[in-house]
Design a protein around this ligand. Structure first.
Ligand code: SF4
Ligand code: SF4
Length: 315
């Protein structure tokens, strides 16, 4: 029997959050019906009112609150991963009228970074939706590590979910962060080179988010399938090795206000968190490195420390 009063509080806290989310979701459905003529909403707040953007903020902030108030167990995280994937990729397909249309993943996280360069090169105005998307993602990242990547992005959630499929430990790969990040930077440099010299946007050739246009073209399915196959062996390979938004948010998260940090004097250097968590950030956090690999704000390391030596807190 669990006698920890904190766990009782945590359960009711999660219930309140889930209940509020259901209410917000239902309110959006009602608003969507009222706006059935689908008049385009212009301006910053008009775009922010699209469910896709405020739902991103709600889920990012939900992750932020849970990280501080609840010990996120593997099972609780496992519960959220399919929910994140469903909300930010499949709701678009449901017969929910304007609400569903406005949950569409357009621009996708990859396009949010790549397409503005293309518009610039072509002398076109960058649509406001791209700025709003960047602003939401940047605000969440500056608040507390990769809250967008860990609590909103469906490709991120799906990779994490696939990586949970149990395999013998020898099949799980750990690519050194320096190698993964160098490849990510080289791809980004090539993207800049090609876009400015030839107007070619190379990410479109390996963008797993293309599938979420739901025209089910073979190329998109193959790319998503390949990412998920690698994700079986490596934790979030697309995020660490390819994603341009992953690269940008990695730079931003070095300045995050909240982050996972070691409780001074409690860590005994047992390295249990490093062994138990497949992310590439753990070693750098324990060793106190100034520049850290990407942390997806999943909170699992906090749960895995037997001494309660890790906290998600202000830096
Ligand atoms: S880094 Fe990963 S989680 Fe973040 S936007 Fe890219 S694919 Fe999604
Ligand atoms: S350091 Fe790793 S395990 Fe800990 S919250 Fe960040 S991504 Fe999750």
């Amino acid at each position: 029997m669990n006698c920890d009063p904190r766990s009782g509080k945590s359960v009711s806290f999660v219930k309140i959050i889930l209940f509020s989310l259901v209410l917000l979701f239902l309110a959006s459905l009602l608003l969507a019906d009222e706006d059935g003529d689908h008049r385009p909403l212009l301006g910053f707040w008009g775009i922010m009112a699209y469910p896709r953007y405020w739902m991103s903020l709600v889920f990012g902030l939900l992750g932020f609150i849970l990280l501080q108030k609840v010990r996120l167990t593997k099972n609780l995280r496992l519960l959220f991963l399919p929910i994140i994937f469903f909300i930010f990729s499949l709701v678009e397909l449901l017969p929910l009228g304007v609400f569903a249309q406005r949950m569409g993943l357009h621009p996708s996280p990859v396009c949010t970074v790549s397409k503005p360069f293309l518009f610039f090169v072509e002398g076109k105005v960058i649509p406001l939706a791209f700025w709003v998307s960047l602003l939401v993602i940047a605000a969440l990242t500056l608040l507390g590590n990769k809250l967008f990547c860990g609590w909103v992005c469906p490709v991120g959630a799906l990779q994490e979910l696939i990586h949970r499929i149990p395999l013998p430990k020898r099949f799980k790969l750990e690519v050194p962060f320096r190698v993964a990040n160098s490849i990510r930077i080289v791809i980004f440099a090539l993207f800049i080179l090609f876009v400015f010299t030839m107007g070619i946007e190379i990410y479109e050739y390996f963008n797993p988010f293309e599938v979420f246009h739901w025209d089910l073209e073979a190329a998109g399915l193959v790319i998503l399938g390949a990412v998920m196959l690698v994700a079986l062996f490596m934790w979030r390979p697309f995020c660490y090795i390819v994603c341009p938004l992953g690269l940008i948010t990695w730079v931003l998260e070095q300045f995050s206000l909240f982050r996972v940090r070691i409780e001074p004097g409690i860590c005994t250097d047992c390295d249990r968190c490093i062994r138990d968590n497949p992310c590439l950030a753990m070693r750098a956090i324990v060793k106190g490195s100034r520049v850290r690999p990407d942390c997806f704000a999943c909170g699992l390391c906090i749960e895995s420390c037997p001494k309660k030596g890790l906290r998600y807190d202000r830096r």
